[in-house]
Design a protein around this ligand. Structure first.
Ligand SMILES: C=CC1=C(C)c2cc3[nH]c(cc4nc(cc5[nH]c(cc1n2)c(C)c5CCC(=O)O)C(CCC(=O)O)=C4C)c(C)c3C=C
Ligand code: FE2
Ligand code: FE2
Length: 348
């Protein structure tokens, strides 16, 4: 089919509060955690838990952390997202219209989609800003796109990107960012991904492979290609390979647990504790589930894990910077968009 008009690009990250105030954090947590793909309990327990316990009790402590994170321009997750969107627009030129949206809070997905439609786009390429697929993130973005269009009579061509966990040019940026550190000076290297409840890993597993044996997620195949944990391990292997790290030098771990359920393991905090017990002093941490530094990297790894590690006798937890607004990352997003819309890429 001939494409008349421009192509729309919708870059979507998770979302962040509109301000670091307790009220804004409460609204953010409520919208985020009421998403049935995030806290995937039936409606009544989810609403009781989120409205009655998590949002009211967590909003105060989270707001304090967001205040530490906040910059003059705002929340880093959104600031980097805006810069990436502007950069991708510049690279793709007039043939495309690029909009940034956040799955929760602002800019909202329905508003961003309406702005694209107002430009009479013939197709929309949806680019979730999560290298690894999870139902709670990419799945939710796709779900929201479908929900928005369910209310519209005309649905343009829509292409949805699923994951890009081992995209070589992206792996090269993470590896390159680590080269600013003296790798040999670290006792151990962690690849710390955002966690996910084990129950959600099992639920997303149509072939009964996940968490069946100790290393079932450490190989990726047709059977587990959409497993979040398997994709995280694949990202680790790719970065470690690029840096020629031998397997005993690094561990894949999972951070940012919420609630009493078991989450993907090993936990970053427990691994740090174990490392400290064994005399480790210096740890380097990658966090490649995030394409931008945010609360979970700057505060959780950079401040909280640093403090915990010191209390346990360790010395330094260094964080490898994320992709942020690196021009090479902006180029990758543009290339992946062009690949989806059937246009050749600069990567050859
Ligand atoms: C990168 C992928 C992410 C997955 C997978 C994910 C799952 C997930 N997260 C929560 C609960 C919280 N996450 C929070 C913040 C947050 N999470 C991600 C990414 C993933 N989450 C991002 C990018 C951020 C935003 C950070 C920012 O800078 O604003 C929070 C809020 C912060 C806090 O109060 O700690 C919560 C809560 C669950 C329950 C979940 C899977 C089920
Ligand atoms: Fe999260
Ligand atoms: Fe798995």
């Amino acid at each position: 089919m001939k494409h008349l008009g421009k192509k729309g690009v919708l870059l979507v990250n998770l979302g962040t509060p509109d301000s670091p105030s307790r009220g804004a954090v409460y609204r953010y947590l409520k919208q985020f955690l009421l998403d049935p793909r995030v806290i995937d309990y039936p409606w009544l327990p989810r609403n009781l838990l989120v409205r009655g316990i998590i949002a009211p009790f967590r909003s105060g402590s989270s707001a304090k952390l967001y205040k530490q994170l906040w910059t003059e321009e705002g929340s880093p997750l959104k600031v980097y997202g805006e810069r990436v969107a502007a950069g991708v627009q510049e690279l793709l030129g007039e043939e495309y219209v690029v909009e940034l949206a956040m799955r929760y809070q602002s800019p909202s997905m329905p508003d961003a989609i309406d702005r694209l439609l107002a430009q009479k786009v013939s197709e929309i390429i949806v680019f979730p800003m999560f290298p690894q697929y999870a139902s709670a993130t990419t799945g939710s973005v796709h779900d929201e796109v479908m929900r928005v269009f369910r209310e519209k009579d005309t649905i343009p061509n829509i292409r949805m990107i699923n994951s890009y966990y081992d995209y070589p040019a992206m792996i090269d940026i993470f590896a390159d960012n680590a080269r600013q550190f003296d790798l040999d000076s670290y006792d151990h290297i962690l690849f710390s991904y955002h966690g996910l409840p084990q129950r959600q890993l099992r639920k997303a597993d149509d072939f009964n492979h996940c968490l069946q044996s100790e290393n079932c997620c450490q190989r990726i195949s047709a059977t587990n290609q959409f497993c979040y944990s398997a994709q995280c391990h694949a990202t680790t292997r790719a970065i470690a390979g690029a840096l020629q790290l031998t397997p005993e030098r690094y561990t894949t771990t999972f951070q940012s647990r919420l609630g009493p359920e078991a989450w993907a393991q090993p936990y970053t905090s427990a691994t740090l504790e174990e490392l400290a017990k064994n005399g480790a002093k210096r740890i380097l941490v990658f966090s490649p589930a995030f394409v931008a530094d945010c609360l979970e990297t700057i505060i959780e790894i950079g401040t909280e894990y640093q403090e915990e590690f010191e209390e346990l006798g360790g010395e330094k937890v260094d964080l490898v910077p994320s992709l942020n607004d690196d021009p090479r990352w902006i180029r990758i997003v543009a290339d992946l968009v062009m690949e989806q819309s059937g246009v050749g890429t600069s990567m050859g």
